[in-house]
Design a protein around this ligand. Structure first.
Ligand code: ZN
Length: 490
């Protein structure tokens, strides 16, 4: 793992990895003020501090700041500390008070903990706290990111209420910032599941709320859809705003009371120096354990270096049911073992395909747990299945359930059973879900658990093993950071 390193200076806490350097500016509430990718543009990706802010209606009482914004980055005296929660990880904690540009405060405190977890993953958890309560807030922005000019592309994945289809999947858009003259190319009142901004081929970042969407959706009012989530873009640069409550224009107020916790994931490109970029890999998919030595030798002669063994459904014969550990009867398992040895004789790496979300109904685990683990698209719907040919690949499971632990254990058993060279996961995308047993609130996702699974797989295959993902047209900087190979689909 590429560990983060930390330096504490009079001005800032500087955290850096092999790929980027970040500064938490002490006089700006400990907010990020600089983010430079070492093998990227070498420019600061940020135009100013990355901060939360609370806005109050413009009244005579608080007219010192004409905009009425109180921001964490205006606190020049925040308490800042560094923690080392686990080997190789660093957390920077800033605690202070929301202040306006004149330094005047409101009775609302913040605590932001930013944890650097390796592989370009950062979790920032913001707590907005007011014991006595503070009325009159017309906007709560959890995260405002001013970005440099020159970014070319953005990507957004919508909230489940806006998903593309009734199974809650789909619902995403790519935005060409070069061609787009709209000053707000993305705008939603619902929490997006992901926003990414980048300069294509150079550098970028990705933001995604943690699995518990309820605080983002309903943290300041009971109803969903009262926020302001946007990507802005003009000559000065791009910007990202994540605001769980925004009725500023209508001066409709809410009371900030108690503690609201907003967790946000950030993935940063691990841009490699150009000299280390790998050449494309020659790969194929093999679907039958009875593939002969001669066929493998032929593939080797054609230059194939990598085989993904994927047999998750074939009509009219036995196949490897998703979620099962030992796919075949004794003769099939012997054939599969012989196939792996044949690949090794020909210097071809071979890895098993493993589904992130599908569990086949003809497994014991499905019989026992499917209704507890299932991806729930609506309370009135049963398990959603992925159909194939005359049968199916499996029912969709949510990782924010016992499915995560089961999936880890089965991956471990699969890799222990046979001398595979690593693992191929289907595209690692989080799923929104409304199963009431998985989380509070109308909707959640399984992004925390998905990342847990990805880090587990990376650790399990080890330095010698290969972790491959099947490609998708979705954006995932973290997946790109973790993958040894991203394989185009057949
Ligand atoms: Zn769920």
């Amino acid at each position: 793992m590429n560990s983060a390193r930390v330096e504490d200076t009079d001005e800032c806490i500087r955290v850096h990895s092999d790929y980027w350097e970040i500064e938490h500016l002490k006089r700006a509430g400990g907010a990020w003020n600089s983010l430079v990718f070492k093998n990227g543009s070498q420019k600061n990706l940020l135009r100013g501090p990355v901060s939360s802010a609370i806005r109050f209606a413009r009244t005579e009482e608080n007219s010192a700041d004409p905009l009425g914004y109180y921001a964490e980055s205006n606190d020049s005296e925040a308490r800042i500390s560094v923690e080392h929660p686990a080997s190789g990880t660093v957390a920077v904690v800033a605690e202070g008070t929301y202040r306006n540009v004149l330094g005047e405060s409101v009775p609302i405190g913040f605590r932001r903990r930013t944890e650097y977890c390796g592989h370009g993953l950062i979790w920032t958890t913001l707590q907005i706290m007011s014991e006595c309560g503070c009325p009159g807030a017309v906007e709560v922005r959890a995260f405002g990111v001013p970005l440099r000019s020159g970014l070319t592309d953005a990507y957004a994945r919508f909230h489940p209420t806006q998903a593309g289809s009734a199974d809650l999947l789909g619902g995403r858009t790519w935005l060409d910032l070069k061609q787009n003259t709209n000053p707000t190319p993305f705008l939603s009142r619902f929490t997006p599941l992901q926003i990414s901004c980048f300069e294509r081929g150079v550098e970028g970042l990705e933001l995604f709320p943690g699995s518990e969407l309820v605080q983002w959706d309903c943290g300041f009012k009971l109803d969903m859809g009262l926020g302001n989530f946007r990507i802005g873009h003009d000559a000065v640069g791009a910007s990202i705003g994540l605001g769980p409550y925004c009725m500023g224009f209508r001066r409709m107020k809410t009371r900030v009371q108690g503690t609201t916790t907003l967790r946000l994931g950030i993935a940063l490109n691990e841009v490699k120096p150009r000299s280390t970029v790998k050449k494309p890999l020659r790969h194929v998919f093999v679907t039958n354990p009875h593939t002969t030595d001669a066929q493998i030798e032929q593939l080797a002669a054609e230059g194939v270096e990598f085989i993904c063994y994927r047999d998750d459904y074939r009509d009219g014969t036995e196949f490897w049911r998703n979620g099962a550990v030992a796919p075949y009867a004794a003769d099939g398992m012997a054939a599969l073992h012989a196939l792996i040895e044949s690949c090794h004789r020909c210097s071809i790496q071979i890895v098993p395909y493993v589904s992130t979300h599908e569990l086949h109904p003809a497994t014991h685990a499905y019989e026992l747990h499917a209704r507890d683990w299932m991806h729930t698209a609506a309370r009135s719907l049963d398990v959603v299945h992925t159909w194939s040919g005359q049968g199916e690949l499996g029912g969709l499971m949510c990782l924010r359930s016992g499915w995560l632990d089961y999936r880890k254990k089965t991956i471990d058993a699969i890799l222990s059973n046979l001398p595979w060279d690593g693992l191929c996961l289907d595209w690692p995308s989080p799923m929104p879900c409304c199963h009431p047993g998985h989380a509070a609130g109308p909707f959640h996702s399984d992004v925390d658990e998905l990342i847990d699974l990805l880090f587990y797989c990376k650790h399990r295959v080890g330095k010698e093993g290969a972790l491959a993902f099947l490609a998708s047209n979705e954006s995932s900087i973290l997946a790109a950071n973790l993958a040894d190979y991203i394989l185009p689909r057949e």
